[in-house]
Design a protein around this ligand. Structure first.
Ligand SMILES: [Zn+2]
Length: 72
C-alpha cells in the first residue's frame, strides 16, 4: 500500500492509481422511504476520484459548484 499522500493520483474512493483523478465532493444519497423523502447531501471535503468512480457514484463536481457563483 502506498503511504504517500497528497500529490499522488490514487483514487480516494476505490484506491485505483490509474493516473487521472477529478476533484469531487462525495454525495450521500438517502433513498426515499415510506415515511421519509429521499435526500442528497454533499460533504464539505473534496476527494480525488478516478474516472470510474466519477461515472458510477453520486458526487458533485467541485468545478461546477464553484463555477455557478462565479458565473455572471
Ligand atoms: Zn476510483
Amino acid at each position: 500500500m502506498a503511504k504517500s499522500y497528497g500529490r499522488c493520483v490514487t483514487c480516494e474512493s476505490c484506491g485505483s492509481d490509474d493516473g487521472k483523478t477529478t476533484e469531487v465532493r462525495r454525495v450521500y444519497v438517502t433513498p426515499e422511504a415510506w415515511d421519509s423523502e429521499g435526500s442528497v447531501t454533499p460533504v464539505a471535503e473534496t476527494e480525488q476520484w478516478c474516472d470510474a468512480c466519477v461515472l458510477h457514484y453520486p458526487h458533485q463536481s467541485v468545478e461546477e459548484a464553484e463555477g455557478q457563483s462565479a458565473d455572471a
